[in-house]
Every structure is written in C-alpha cells, then in structure tokens.
Design a protein around this ligand. Structure first.
Ligand code: NAD
Length: 259
C-alpha cells in the first residue's frame, strides 16, 4: 500500500506538533513537508522540508493531504491553496463562517477534491454533540458552557457553534430567560444563538471542555466532554486523513464520517 503523503501546516503550534508526531508514528503516512509562518524561509536542512507558507510548499512538494491547524482566516486561505493544487485539506482550524464553508464546498466539488473540516476531532466531543441534538427534541431551554485555554483566538469555540447549530435543527425557537431580564454587566448572559446562550471561559490550564445544560421542570440534564490532552484529537485526524483520500467533495463535521 502506498503511503499517504501529508503536509502539516501550523507545524510549530500546539496542535501542529501533535499532528507531526502522529503522522511520524503511523507507518501508512509520510510527512513530506511542514508549513508554519514562523519559518522565515524555505529550509530542508533538518530533513523534512519546511516552508513559511502553503503556496510555496505546493509549488515544490507532491502531497496528497494537507492537515491545517493554524489560525482563523489562515485555515480558509490554506484550504483554497490546497484544493486549487489538488491536495486534499483536513482542516481543524476553527472560526469558519457558513459562507466560507459554502465557498470551500463549491471549490471542492468543482475541483473534485476531497476536503474535511471538523471543529472538533475528538470522538467523545462528536458524541457529546450528537447526544445534545437528541436531547434538544425534549428540552427547549439549553445553555452551552465551553471552556478553553487562554491562548485561543476565537469565541465561541467552533465546537460550541456547531453544537448550537445541531440543537437548533431540533429545538423549537425560544428566547430563553425572563422577558424583562437586564444585563447589569454587558455580556453577563453570554452570546445569543437563536435565543439560547453560549458562555466562553478562557483560563490557563484548560485544554478543550464543553458542557451542554438542558433545563426542564424540576430537572437538569448535563452532557459534558473534556479533552485533557491534545492527543485526544488525533484519532479523528488519522481517520480523516484516510477518509479524505476517498472523497471528491467537502464533508463538514467528524460525525459525518464516523460510522
Ligand atoms: P497555536 O497558536 O499553538 O498554533 C498555530 C500555528 O499556526 C502557529 O505556530 C502559527 O505560527 C501558525 N500559523 C498561523 N498562521 C499561519 C499560516 N497562514 N500558515 C502557516 N502557519 C500559520 O494554535 P493551536 O492551539 O495549535 O490551535 C490551532 C487551531 O486549531 C485553532 O484554530 C484552534 O481553535 C484549532 N483547534 C481545533 C481542534 C479540533 O479538534 N478541530 C482542536 C484544538 C484546536
């Protein structure tokens, strides 16, 4: 079996380093290049070629898959470069708008190149989102509390946004809380997504955690997931690298490729 040739962008970052280790420890994958804006110039002295940007990488390197964990904005541009160069993107970078996902979806279909974007690659987080979608059939009142390390750039998290979207597919619209409620300090009730609230906690020491709270008459249902280590995301990244090789369109969300 031929090895899948993988480029990792954001390779100097927390997630990127985890992906580099996972790819290096998998006999079916070959790490063919690393991209990070921290590399000042192209360099092959340390074995695996390093590039400061994806475009110069794809002009030089033959690759099958790009795994991107960079920053909101960069993930979009890198995925476009990859699709235009027939390299299949597996994107973990968060902060994509619906319009950007639609734009990438059209580009992937036009180029007939597979693409997977997932706001959360942890299997437990995918289940947490699916369980929340089921619960939303029975409860109209829900609040999402997501907690991440304090270096995270976007809020709410991609996982919280995705959870809210899945819930809204089942939940009848309801503006939650008291109709006369007032925020004494602006933002104290959290973000408003179709009448439900999302709260973002940022603290050192955290990795990625989410709790979905459903309130009913005299009861509370809590659905909770914790990623204590970034290796929790690697099962999903590995599965996505293998799966994207067989796709000719974009898939958004790990739940759509997990059996
Ligand atoms: P980080 O800041 O540690 O690393 C990001 C790296 O990307 C940095 O080294 C930076 O120099 C590099 N970079 C930025 N722009 C670039 C560009 N245009 N080209 C190449 N490299 C570029 O961040 P992190 O904690 O590793 O997180 C990265 C992204 O992954 C964030 O968007 C985060 O929300 C997301 N994330 C997703 C999941 C998931 O399961 N989908 C899990 C954790 C984090």
């Amino acid at each position: 079996m031929e090895k899948i040739r993988v480029v990792v962008s954001g390779s100097c970052g927390r997630m990127g380093q985890e992906v580099v280790d996972m790819v290096n420890n998998n006999s079916h994958f070959e790490l063919v290049a690393m991209v990070d804006s921290k590399y000042s110039h192209q360099n092959s002295d340390r074995g695996i070629p390093e590039f400061p940007d994806c475009l110069s990488c794809f002009r030089t390197i033959n690759a099958d898959v790009l795994v991107d964990f960079t920053a909101p904005g960069s993930g979009m541009q890198n995925a476009i470069y990859a699709l235009e160069n027939k390299v299949r993107p597996v994107v973990g970078t968060t902060g994509f708008s619906d319009e950007e996902i639609n734009q990438l979806s059209e580009l992937a279909a036009r180029e007939k190149v597979g693409c997977i974007i997932a706001p959360n690659f942890a299997i437990g987080a995918v289940l947490m989102m699916q369980f929340s979608k089921i619960a939303a059939k029975y409860y109209d009142d829900v609040e999402i509390i997501e907690m991440h390390h304090d270096q995270k750039l976007d809020a709410p998290s991609g996982t919280a946004s995705k959870t809210a979207e899945l819930i809204s597919e089942e939940r009848k619209f309801k503006q939650q809380g008291h109709p006369d409620e007032q925020e004494i300090i602006v933002g104290s009730r959290g973000a408003d997504f179709e009448g439900m609230r999302i709260h973002s906690v940022r603290l050192p020491g955290l990795v990625a955690h989410q709790q979905v709270l459903f309130g009913g008459t005299g009861e509370l249902l809590s659905i909770k997931h914790d990623s204590f280590h970034r290796n929790s995301f690697m099962t999903g990244v590995k599965l996505s690298i293998e799966t994207v090789m067989k796709l000719e369109h974009l898939v958004y969300g790990l739940e759509n490729i997990v059996n």
